[in-house]
Ligand binder design. Structure first.
Ligand code: HXC
Length: 256
């Protein structure tokens, strides 16, 4: 049997490629387990500073696996707490970049939104078409899409099930940047290498602080950021980063 994901480490970056080409990378439970386990395995590795999740040029992922779900009852779904395994991604502290080519629909769009940054290929298509299947998003899409693009665009996407292209995704802050489809993965790997080259403590602190902005109030978030910033002054990498600036040389970060 072929592996449902491919995992490759390049320098300090781990790239996870969804690999169910016959099903346009539909996300079944096996993929969920494989992605979450791979991320957890490398998260605490000091030699890994960034993840990239990608699919194929045709599809990042065309959704949760409809065929796996279609005959389930509500009791089955509740008992299995279907999709709860995806929550494991929110506990990963190393940044995760999504490189989205082709379709990112339903659970595919939701997986991209569980990542910390979305980079899109110029032919990417994002959508939450669950309404056409008689359901609604089930992997956090109604919440994360609304926080990303605002109420009215999220309503438009979720209630009509239409797709948006990469230009629109960038315009409404779903995609951070758009690249040519053919060079997308290389471009994102280079960004990931750049992030992985910084001190891991400050990278993790930056990710945590931005995520706080989505979870709580402004006063609490600003205080959280400030205390985190203060704490970094006990690290080697802060001394090294600031000394390197003063001495006009490149910093050598150690992740401590
Ligand atoms: C299972 C899928 C799939 C999916 C595609 N396939 N999407 N299988 N789950 N989400 C399979 C097709 O059945 C087909 O298998 C093969 O992949 C190729 O797909 P085609 O439809 O032939 O390709 P194409 O004509 O190019 O159309 C591409 C597409 C279409 C527009 C992306 O596949 C599509 O609409 N897919 C479903 C998108 C969707 O509704 N996603 C949301 C899922 S629900 P065979 O065996 O026929 O070759 C979800 C949220 C769940 O994600 C939360 C609620 C509980």
């Amino acid at each position: 049997m072929t592996d449902v994901i491919l995992v490759e480490q390049v320098e300090r970056v781990v790239k996870i490629t969804l690999n169910r080409p016959d099903a346009l990378n539909a996300l079944n439970l096996e993929v969920m387990e494989a992605v979450a386990s791979a991320l957890e395995q490398y998260d605490r590795d000091p030699n890994v500073g960034c993840f990239v999740i990608t699919g194929s040029e045709k599809a990042f992922a065309a959704g949760a696996d409809i065929k796996e779900m279609q005959d389930k009852t509500a009791t089955d779904m509740l008992n299995a707490d279907w999709f709860a395994g995806w929550d494991r991604l929110s506990r990963i502290r190393t940044p995760i970049l999504a490189a989205v080519n082709g379709y990112a629909l339903g659970g595919g769009c939701e997986l991209a939104m569980m990542c910390d940054v979305i980079y899109a290929g110029d032919r990417a298509k994002f959508g939450q078409p669950e309404i056409k299947l008689g359901v609604i998003p089930g992997m956090g899409g109604s919440q994360r899409l609304t926080k990303a693009v605002g109420k009215y665009k999220a309503m438009d996407m979720i209630l009509t099930g239409r797709m948006m292209d990469a230009t629109e995704a960038e315009r409404c802050n779903l995609a951070a940047r758009v690249f040519d489809a053919a060079s997308l993965v290389d471009e994102v790997m280079n960004i990931a290498k750049e992030i992985a080259g910084f001190g891991k403590l400050s990278v993790m602190a930056g990710k945590e602080a931005v995520n706080r902005a989505l979870e709580g109030g402004l006063t609490e978030g600003v205080l959280f950021e400030r205390r985190s910033f203060h704490g970094l002054f006990s690290s080697h990498d802060q001394k090294e980063g600031m000394s390197a600036f003063s001495e006009k040389r490149d910093a050598k970060f150690k992740g401590e």
